[in-house]
Design a protein around this ligand. Sequence first.
Ligand code: MN
Ligand code: MN
Length: 311
Amino acid sequence: MFHHVKELQFKARVSRPDPRFARLLLEQFGGGNGELKAAMQYFVQAFGVRHPYPDKYDMLMDIATEEFSHLEIVGATIQMLLSGVNGELKNVAEESELTRLLDGRDSRDTYIHEAMMNPQFFVLSGGGPLVTDSGGNPWSGAYVNANGDLSVDLRSNIAAEARAKIVYEYLVQFTDDPGVKDTLNFLMTREIAHAQMFQAALDTIEPNFPPGILQGDPRHSNTYFNLSERDGEPIRSTWNQGASACLGEHWQFIENPRSYVRETDGLTQTEARGTVRTEESIRTQERELSVRRSREVNGASEQRNMEWGRD
Ligand code: MN
Ligand code: MN
C-alpha cells in the first residue's frame, strides 16, 4: 500500500509564473519519457519478479516510488508556473494576484498571451498539470515496456533513464528561473543515478546476453552485411571487425552480400565461422539455462500459498 507523505522529495521553487515553460515541462509529466511513464514501467515490471527475485522486486518498487515522487515535483512545479491562470478565469480585474506576482501590467498581458498559446490550461485543466505531453497528446500505457524477462526489462529501463536524462538536459535550456533550474538539475541527476542502479542489477544476472533462453544461430550471430558504401569503401569499425562486444565472437565481414546470399542459397548453406559456438554447444547451453531459469521462477512460487498480503 502507499502512504502519502505531505512533503516533496526535493523542495520545488519558482520565481515567477511562466506558462510557456509549464507547457514544455508537461513532457516530463505525461510524456513518453516522463516521470509517469518511468513510475508505471518499474511498478508494472515489479509484479512478476516478487517471488523469484525479491531483491529486484524491492529495487524496482523503490525506484518506481521515487519516480512517483518526481511526478509530484514536476506537477507541483507546473502548478506554480501556472500561478494565476485559475484566478484569471474567475477574475478579469486588472489588480489581480497575477499582476502582483508579475510586477506590472505589461508582463501580465504577456503572461496571458503565453498562457493562451496553450488554451488547454484555460479550458481544460483550469491552470494545473494535464496528463499529456507538451504537444497535448494524452499519456498512453503504450509507453510502458514490461516484457517478463529481467535482462530485457532492465535494458529497457537503462534506455528509459537515458531518454529522461536528455529531455531534462534539453528542458533546462528553456528556463532562466534559478529555482526551476535547481529542480530540473536534481531530477536529471536522479535519472543518472537510476541508470547505474539498473546497470548494476543487470550485471548481477549471469548470463544476461543474449536476453532470454534461446541462444540464436551461430551461423548468423557474428556476420556483418556490407549494405552501404562511403566513397566506394565500406566503413570498418568495432561493430564489424575484431571481437563482438557481448559474445566475444570474431566479426565476419560480408563484403558482397548480394553474391553471398545467392551462393549460400539464401544463407541456408553456410557454416559458423569466427566462433567456438556450435549447434550442439548451443543446445546444451539452452537446456541448462532453461532448467535453471524455470527452477528460479517456479521454485519460488511453489514455496508460497496463493496469498499476497504481508511478505
Ligand atoms: Mn525520475
Ligand atoms: Mn529515473
